[in-house]
Design a protein around this ligand. Structure first.
Ligand SMILES: C[S@@+](CC[C@H](N)C(=O)[O-])C[C@H]1O[C@@H](n2cnc3c(N)ncnc32)[C@H](O)[C@@H]1O
Length: 264
């Protein structure tokens, strides 16, 4: 009788009425492409959209982490990835607002970076379906989480220490305000933010128990940072001459088997 009265259209049950609200709320995602049309191409609009996307990813990661599921470590990974990219933007805004742009999220770092991320998702899903026991090595995932937390902490400590001298884009011309930083974490490593990023990136793959990506990430990021450090040190010697050469003699790069540019 009850269902007949609904079908007759007299009144929708509460569940159906709230479900319509839920459907409309979800549908509101269609406004995202329209935001630029309404508000124009301002950077703050792009920043809100990116921050919102990263917040949703972090939130979904938390839901997965605290759900009764075998995908827990993927939840950790989602939180790590979204936190990294959002905090890159936020810390840049604090230390060097003049260099702040949408690129500061580092979401469009390079094609290789995007390919690496997608490969790790594919590897995780394929192995989860074919060798599920490989994804339940909790001790390995905890080791990955530890690497991610230490790497993230070191990178952000480096950014905060270097302050306005830190720039996501390696500078080829010396700004008047640019000074050589040798204190804090820079007293232990010449390239602490790269050391942090190196271990953070490998840590994400250790966390996911992705053997192929652990190897690929280690090789790819090692090669990337070796080249990047040489390029950066060429400019730094040009900027700070003897002061940098002296600093280079005292302090290691912090990355294994990378000694930086040779100085005769
Ligand atoms: C992405 S930051 C990386 C900094 C450093 N390589 C690190 O890993 O912490 C690159 C910018 O930092 C500047 N930079 C690097 N080392 C520096 C130092 N010891 N003092 C001041 N500026 C530095 C470079 O000139 C470059 O423009």
């Amino acid at each position: 009788m009850y269902s007949i009265s609904i079908m007759a259209g007299s009144k929708l049950v509460l569940e159906a009425r709230v479900s319509i609200n839920g459907f409309i709320l979800g549908l509101s995602v269609v406004v995202i492409p329209l935001i630029r049309t309404w508000f124009g191409r301002h950077d703050w609009v792009g920043a809100v959209i990116r921050a919102c996307f990263l917040g949703v990813t972090f939130g979904c990661g938390l839901i997965i982490t605290f759900s009764e599921t075998t995908w827990t470590h993927f939840g950790w990974y989602m939180c790590s990835l979204s936190f990294f990219h959002y905090s890159e933007y936020l810390v840049t805004a604090i230390i060097n607002p003049r260099s702040l742009s949408l690129d500061s999220f580092l979401l469009n770092h390079s094609v290789e970076y995007t390919l690496a991320a997608v490969s790790s998702w594919v590897e995780f899903i394929v192995e989860k379906l074919t060798v599920p026991e490989l994804k339940q090595l909790s001790w390995l995932s905890f080791l990955g989480l530890f690497m991610v937390l230490c790497g993230e902490g070191l990178r952000k400590a480096a950014m905060l220490t270097a302050g306005s001298n830190f720039n996501h884009i390696v500078q080829n011309e010396k700004a008047q305000s640019h000074v050589l930083v040798t204190s804090g974490v820079y007293a232990y490593f010449r390239h602490p933010s790269y050391v942090g990023w190196f271990y953070w990136s490998i840590g994400t793959q250790v966390m996911l128990c992705n053997p192929l990506c652990i190897l690929a990430y280690t090789i790819a990021s090692w090669r990337f940072f070796r080249e990047r450090i040489e390029e950066e040190e060429l400019s730094l010697i040009h900027f700070f001459a003897e002061d940098y050469v002296e600093y280079k003699k005292r302090v290691p790069t912090g990355l294994p088997f990378i000694s930086g540019i040779r100085v005769n």
